[in-house]
Design a protein around this ligand. Structure first.
Ligand code: MG
Length: 249
């Protein structure tokens, strides 16, 4: 069941989103050679708590950290670790959620660590661009397939692939709500978009094959071919005045 939000609920979600985005952007500034993903996660946890919110991911299905930090061929759900030291040329996807006054904000961004290859930069640029193009399609009267097909067409035209096994989602009082928001699909198909829907749109784009596998830790999700993957996400609201990005600083 898709839960539509009232304007009062949307204003609380805006605050949850603002905290999520600030945590993400500040964490991004820490992405430098020599820092551990554990240290970045510690910063995020403290920042969210200091902001009067709770990290959405900490303890969610027993996830052990406040952020997912996924490096290079890790697509999503990387577990921060004291052993993982970032190095020049890595691409680092940070996924952060904050829970505030009963609502979640959820967002992700892939940051370059120092100077990265042109190939890595192009992948990140294409993934970010596909997110913003998809957000433009999140308007009343369009369908869910318009969002997914926009991501898919944009990235496949650049010879990248879209992850199928994980998708975006509705978000609100629960971190994951209906509907599922795939990054692939057919325009004009699927659920009709309505004012009050709040969606986490999150393209996960691989440089090689779309195939991914989950490691034995039950979380870490890698590309099967070992090639790079990028991930960008915003929580947005569909309104009668067009899409509104809620994860905004
Ligand atoms: Mg999400």
């Amino acid at each position: 069941m898709i839960i539509l939000k009232t304007s009062r609920e949307l204003s609380l979600m805006k605050e949850a989103g603002r905290i999520s985005q600030e945590a993400l952007l500040r964490a991004g500034e820490l992405v430098k050679p020599g820092i551990t993903t554990y240290e970045i996660d510690e910063f995020i946890r403290k920042f969210i708590i200091k902001s009067g919110a709770t990290p959405s991911f900490l303890g969610y299905c027993d996830f052990p950290a406040s952020a997912c930090i996924s490096v290079n061929d890790v697509v999503i759900h990387g577990i921060p670790s004291k052993k993982q030291i970032l190095k020049e040329g890595d691409i680092v996807s940070i996924d952060v959620g904050a829970y505030y006054e009963g609502f979640h904000g959820d967002n992700a961004w892939t940051f370059p660590c120092g100077k990265v290859s042109d190939e890595a930069m192009k992948l990140m640029d294409a993934t970010r661009e596909s997110l913003f193009l998809a957000i433009e399609k999140a308007v009343v009267g369009n369908r869910l397939g318009d969002i997914g097909s926009t991501v898919q067409q944009y990235v496949e035209a650049r010879n990248y692939s879209v992850v199928r096994d994980f998708v975006g989602h509705g978000v609100g009082a629960n971190l994951h709500e209906d509907p599922s928001v795939p990054n692939y699909g057919t325009s004009g198909r699927g659920v009709r978009l309505a004012a009050g829907m709040t969606l986490a749109i999150e393209p996960m784009v691989n440089a090689g094959s779309c195939k991914v596998r989950v490691l034995d830790d039950g979380w870490t999700t890698k590309t099967v071919d070992g090639k790079l993957s990028a991930h960008f996400e915003h929580t947005i609201a569909i309104t009668n005045n067009g899409p509104v990005i809620l994860t905004k600083a």
